[in-house]
Design a protein around this ligand. Structure first.
Ligand SMILES: C[S@@+](CC[C@H](N)C(=O)[O-])C[C@H]1O[C@@H](n2cnc3c(N)ncnc32)[C@H](O)[C@@H]1O
Length: 289
């Protein structure tokens, strides 16, 4: 499944996910004269919202495949995309002090914080602002719903391996999705930036689960099972399992939904309060002095 579909499925559908990015784009306070560096731009979902605000945008991501998808968006034809690691910018003179805005949506957790802040400071022009979002723990008891579901999905994978394919070698299968889950940190950690930066603004943003989007979750689950479906059609599966087509495998997998302890669906419907999918802190920083 491609990146966009995965995040839409994980976070309550396209409309809700785009709404969260829109909120972040607004928080970034970009205006037409700004020169923007977008770190971890991925497939350009946020970039599409930034091109409405300024024409001077450089998007950076270390994954060429993600960038290829970003380049395909016609609205982004004037954006300069760089395939580089964020860390590579440290000490790169081309980018020193060049941007009035450095933004990063859903990328902070992939990068060593010291390097992340270092890049902010290095690339920001005097008077410029950096904006990024951090997943934080909230006081809501229903926090971490996604983690709960993903844990169950992993249990289900193990169950399938044991129950169904005891002799097959799955060790080299790359599991798509699931791995993108970001561990939250505390709000105070999210706000403790190095001395050469200062926090100039912050905003909490919470995305709630939406039971009407449950089918997306299940779709996501079946998509991430795809490597297993592919595996059943290869020689590693004993002959006696030959009758198992991907379709047959899928319907059988349906019956293992009991691993979800009553089913995700029932569980969601039984909760009266809306469950938190993720709470983020949007953070704005500037160079000190
Ligand atoms: C969760 S995606 C976010 C994409 C986009 N900003 C969005 O919000 O939809 C994280 C992106 O960060 C990129 N990434 C992760 N670590 C990186 C690094 N060290 N340098 C550059 N890009 C990185 C990944 O390739 C991926 O495209």
């Amino acid at each position: 499944m491609d990146y966009d579909k995965t995040v839409f499925a994980m976070f309550c559908g396209e409309r809700n996910y785009r709404a969260s990015l829109k909120e972040f784009a607004t928080f970034s306070r970009i205006d037409p004269k700004d020169a923007v560096l977008e770190l971890c731009c991925g497939t350009g979902l946020l970039t599409e919202m930034l091109v409405d605000k300024t024409s001077k945008i450089v998007g950076l991501d270390r994954d060429e495949q993600q960038l290829e998808n970003a380049r395909k968006r016609s609205s982004l034809r004037d954006v300069t995309f760089l395939c580089q690691g964020v860390e590579d910018l440290l000490g790169d003179e081309i980018h020193r002090g060049r941007y009035s805005r450095v933004v990063c949506a859903n990328g902070f957790h992939y990068i060593d914080p010291e390097k992340f802040y270092g890049v902010m400071e290095h690339c920001l022009a005097p008077g410029g602002r950096g904006a990024y979002n951090v997943r934080v723990t909230s006081s809501t008891e229903n926090e971490n719903f996604i983690e709960e579901v993903l844990t169950k999905i992993n249990l289900l994978r193990v169950r399938i391996l044991q129950d169904f394919q005891p002799h097959a070698d799955f060790s080299n299968i790359r599991i798509e999705g699931g791995g993108g889950y970001l561990k939250p940190i505390s709000i105070s950690d999210a706000l403790s930036v190095p001395n050469n930066l200062v926090v100039t603004n912050k905003k909490e943003y919470t995305l709630f689960e939406d039971p009407t989007k449950l089918n997306l979750f299940l779709g996501y689950f079946f998509e991430i099972m795809q490597p297993f479906f592919e595996k059943v059609s290869t020689k590693t599966i004993p002959q006696r399992f030959d009758y198992i087509s991907p379709v047959g495998f899928m319907s059988r997998a349906q019956t293992w939904r009991d691993v979800f302890q009553g089913g995700v669906e029932d569980k969601i419907r039984s909760v009266s309060k809306p469950r938190v999918l993720k709470t983020e802190l949007f953070v704005e920083v500037a160079r000190r002095g």
